[in-house]
Ligand binder design. Structure first.
Ligand code: CA
Length: 232
């Protein structure tokens, strides 16, 4: 059974979430503040953490950073309003997804399932190489010219997805639905943000692309720079 840890200071929202998630067949536990939440996230090893960013003791953003230092547990952050900067900062700190209050339990459960699907390691998925990039989906590792790259979860998933479609232009909409597994609209700016981080880790820039080529108003294409056919 999937264990969800809910870190939320508002007692009525907290108990509503725990009850609603339990009603839908998930095991839910909760913490009323950041430090208890952090302790439980480490000690109880939940499958996923739902983290309110507005907490009384330490803000959720700090909790997220501290949690990421010790744990790879998937995290969905909850924000009070659709604050792009807050969302981008949370994603940059290792959040896997976000929901904006008020949200429905149906939406939350869909997002929990999507994040868990994405986090699951595909068994027997063969490795693939594009030029001097080698991607091992089972180990979730990437090397460039034999040197390991440190990629966040979404960066890895994005690179892996593009590598399976090498040479093809992939739209941001498709990335949102196939990589982010997000069935709701919007959020294309988070794709741009992750592409730019990935680009930095690959040691290239948007103006001098090697592997990651943006196609204006359409999306992005991963090319094999060692193959003359795809170079343009
Ligand atoms: Ca709160």
């Amino acid at each position: 059974m999937t264990h969800v840890l809910v870190i939320e200071d508002d007692p009525s929202i907290r108990s509503l979430l725990v009850r609603s998630l339990s009603d839908r067949g998930l095991a839910a536990s909760s913490a009323p503040n950041g430090l208890d939440g952090l302790r439980q996230a480490v000690d109880d090893a939940p499958d996923i953490v739902l983290l309110d960013l507005g907490l009384p003791d330490l803000d959720g953003q700090s909790i997220l950073t501290m949690l990421r230092a010790v744990s790879e547990v998937p995290v969905i952050v909850v924000t009070a309003q659709d604050d792009d900067r807050q969302v981008v900062r949370a994603l940059e700190s290792g959040a896997d997804d976000y929901v904006v209050k008020p949200f429905t339990v149906e939406q939350l459960v869909a997002r929990i399932r999507a994040v868990l699907r994405r986090a699951a390691t595909p068994l027997g998925d063969p490795g693939l190489t594009v030029g001097e990039l080698a991607i091992d989906p089972a180990a979730r590792t990437v090397t460039l010219r034999g040197e390991p790259l440190e990629l966040a979860r979404l960066e890895f998933d994005l690179l892996h997805y593009l590598a399976r479609r090498v040479g093809e232009v992939v739209s941001k909409k498709e990335i949102l639905s196939e990589v982010w597994k997000q069935i709701y609209g919007g959020g294309e700016h988070t794709v741009d943000v992750h592409i730019s981080w990935l680009r930095r880790k690959l040691g290239e820039t948007a103006s001098a692309p090697v592997y990651l080529h943006s196609v204006r108003h359409v999306g992005v294409r991963l090319v094999d720079p060692t193959s003359a056919r795809t170079g343009d």
